[in-house]
Write a protein that binds this ligand. Structure first.
Ligand SMILES: NC(=O)c1ccc[n+]([C@@H]2O[C@H](COP(=O)([O-])OP(=O)(O)OC[C@H]3O[C@@H](n4cnc5c(N)ncnc54)[C@H](O)[C@@H]3O)[C@@H](O)[C@H]2O)c1
Ligand SMILES: [Zn+2]
Ligand SMILES: [Zn+2]
Length: 360
């Protein structure tokens, strides 16, 4: 066991705090990772606002890169010294999704079984089974994906959640391709990941929608060919106008609200696809005329973690980054210390950042 500093959320809406946390030595199948960087994702804020569940206190942070420090018995895929990106999809190989050959849906992903605790023994619930706003974290070894050690941790660590979720929402869930028109509603780290994914897939028309003009400017950098300011223009009418009056073939919702979901629903062409990657909160409901659901056809999909397989996707995307074909650096607006998470949440609200990345 060792004692390190980490960021916890004690209760609904209370500001996060840096405190001392006990990290057990790795048991069978587990690894302790020295965290180098961890991005601040909107999902961390959802946790601290009680929007995910009530399992306080949470150990926040889940978008991380680091170096494996020690491994437990039976761990063969990673070793001390390996540079890894942490993932929240360590597939089990035996659940009904895995057995059907669809491991990206794995319903029984592995996490560490021993809890990290406060010094009084209170167990912490790690965000998305990771908990990485901390000097060292305990995870299942399957949550560590080895990648090119010469890559910049602050940039490639973002593949651990938001950027991968967005990229995968476009490429894997939305299956976007060259001939498609694609619209992305909400251009934070996740939405811009979707824009970047559409560009990687060769999409010629990429429409970025956001309520903040700075976000639209950033989205252009990632490959948006058209932008729509949702504060000034009705996004549905604007997307239709940009697509010959019909709507986009694939619309990706990366906000997580009923009103933006409805926009996505009506801004797609007949038989088009809506991909919901934004995470709603428990009180949100959606009402749609069933006739429209039927009559507009196509597919209404959710994207969990971009339907990614970390072992397949992380090394490949890091290689694209190293080759200059995927600009992960552009997602990193600022690097902040461990006690900068609360301020990073505030900047998320005012739209000043795409990603704040905690550097340890
Ligand atoms: N499905 C997944 O696996 C997964 C993974 C990570 C994050 N998420 C979720 O994705 C969402 C986005 O995360 P993020 O980190 O990019 O958040 P963010 O706060 O950085 O970005 C949200 C963006 O939406 C914009 N926005 C807000 N209201 C809008 C509106 N009415 N119309 C247009 N744009 C609007 C904001 O200006 C901002 O740019 C969150 O709900 C997060 O929880 C999902
Ligand atoms: Zn499984
Ligand atoms: Zn996240």
């Amino acid at each position: 066991m060792q004692e390190v500093r980490g960021v916890i959320a004690r209760g609904k809406g209370a500001p996060v705090e840096v405190t001392t946390i006990r990290v057990p030595d790795p048991g069978p199948g587990e690894a302790v990772v020295r965290v180098q960087t961890c991005g601040v994702c909107h999902t961390d804020l959802h946790y601290r606002e009680g929007g995910i569940n009530d399992d306080f206190p949470f150990l926040l942070g889940h978008e991380a890169a680091g170096i494996v420090e020690t491994v437990g018995a039976g761990v063969t895929d990673v070793a001390p010294g390996d540079f890894v990106i942490l993932n929240w999809r360590a597939v089990c190989g035996t659940c009904r999704a895995c057995l059907r050959g669809r491991p990206w849906y794995c319903f029984n992903t592995h996490n560490a079984t021993q809890p990290m605790t406060l010094t009084d023994g209170t167990p912490l619930a790690p965000a998305l089974g990771i908990g990485a706003f901390i000097e060292k974290t305990l995870v299942h070894a399957g949550q560590c994906t080895k990648v090119d050690p010469s890559a910049r941790p602050a940039a490639v660590g973002l593949l651990g959640c938001g950027v991968m979720a967005g990229l995968g929402a476009a490429i894997n869930t939305g299956q976007v391709g060259r001939g498609d028109s694609v619209a992305v509603i909400g251009c934070g780290g996740v939405g811009d990941g979707a824009v970047a994914g559409a560009r990687l897939a060769g999409v010629a028309k990429i429409i970025a929608v956001d309520a903040d003009p700075r976000k639209l400017e950033w989205a252009r950098g990632f490959g948006a060919t058209h932008t729509v300011n949702a504060k000034e223009t009705d996004p549905v009418a604007a997307i239709q106008e940009l697509t010959g009056g019909f709507g986009a073939d694939v619309v990706i919702e990366a906000v997580g609200r009923p009103e933006t979901y409805k926009q996505a629903f009506y801004a797609r062409d007949l038989a088009g696809t809506v991909v919901l990657v934004g995470v709603p909160t428990p009180e949100m409901t959606l009402e749609l005329p069933l006739l429209d659901v039927f009559g507009r056809g196509g597919a209404l999909k959710s994207s969990w973690y971009g339907d990614c397989l970390p072992s397949r996707d992380f090394p490949l995307l890091v290689d694209l980054y190293q080759q200059g074909r995927l600009d992960l650096d552009a997602f990193v607006t600022e690097e902040v210390p461990l006690d900068g998470v609360e301020a990073a949440f505030a900047k998320m609200h005012t739209g000043d950042v795409l990603r704040s990345v905690v550097v340890l």
